[in-house]
Ligand binder design. Structure first.
Ligand code: ADP
Ligand code: MG
Length: 257
């Protein structure tokens, strides 16, 4: 699904490469945390997977596309198969919640009927159906990130790439976002999430790929933030059940991915 082989990324004018001979295989349905200190190369790696940037050497294959060789004409078509979420939400400020989510379907020419139904479904999933007509500025940070998630998944992407999606959120709100991302993964979407939130990584016990100075220093299944945690890390979020997780997986997510 994602195959990164001996990839080095050297930005112009930098003394050291941001990524140094990185290799990584991610299978369909995987849930992978990319961890590492700020500057370790997490975002650089995700930008290569999105084809926002190109490797200096090595190969990146995503969904069967060789991203070193893909034509610029095909890139928009390729990106439609990916859902992307960033730390800073990146919503369109003058569009409502529903319009923000609908936008990604309009640009690919879906019918109004399809769009209405898909937007309603996904807003229910993220627990924002009652706020469909608000502007982003009328929402909390956690709600804005739920809109961004809704927008990212409304097109049923095969892969969700999330770059520090909880980086601007408090722990309880982050939990709600993580519960949604877990559900999206359980419904079949491959998830790659960059984070340096120890609490989240320790609690979820997913595959952890750790970067340091642009190199992968660990790739471990069912792992925590650190290989050998020193001392107990408190991750007591039990009892916090966001509204958006109280239903079973809706038919919206039951499709093939
Ligand atoms: P992370 O997401 O883990 O914080 P980044 O991938 O953003 O790490 O950065 C990795 C390294 O690459 C850092 O040293 C950073 O300063 C450098 N870097 C990132 N983006 C650019 C860029 N566009 N131009 C030059 N250097 C960059
Ligand atoms: Mg980053």
């Amino acid at each position: 699904m994602i195959s990164v082989t001996n990839v080095t990324k050297q930005y112009k004018g930098s003394a050291r490469p941001a990524l140094n001979n990185v290799s990584l295989e991610i299978e369909k349905g995987d849930f992978v945390f990319l961890v590492g200190e700020s500057g370790s190369g997490k975002s650089s790696l995700m930008r290569l997977m999105l084809r926002e940037d190109v490797a200096s050497s090595g190969n990146v294959f995503v969904l069967g596309e060789n991203l070193n060789a893909i034509s610029s004409r095909r890139i928009p078509h390729f990106r439609r198969k990916l859902g992307v979420v960033f730390q800073d939400f990146r919503l369109l400020p003058n569009k409502t919640v529903a319009q923000n989510v609908a936008f990604s379907l309009e640009v690919i020419g879906k019918s109004q009927g399809f769009i209405q139904e898909a937007v309603a479904d996904v807003l229910r999933l993220v627990g924002l159906d009652e706020k469909a007509d608000r502007l982003p500025s009328q929402l909390s940070g956690g709600e804005q990130q739920r809109v961004a998630l809704a927008r990212a998944i409304v097109n049923k992407p095969a892969i969700l790439l999330a770059d520090e999606p909880t980086g601007n959120l408090d722990p309880a709100t982050s939990e709600g976002i993580m519960a949604l991302i877990e559900r999206i993964n359980l419904a079949g979407t491959t998830v790659v999430m960059a984070t340096h939130d120890r609490g989240i990584v320790d609690r979820l016990q997913k595959r952890v790929v750790e970067l340091r100075n642009g190199e992968i220093i660990r790739d471990q299944t069912s792992a925590g933030y650190q290989k050998n945690p020193t001392g107990k890390i408190s991750t007591n979020f039990e009892g916090i059940t966001p509204a958006s997780t109280s239903e079973s997986t809706p038919s919206f997510l039951a499709g093939e991915n």
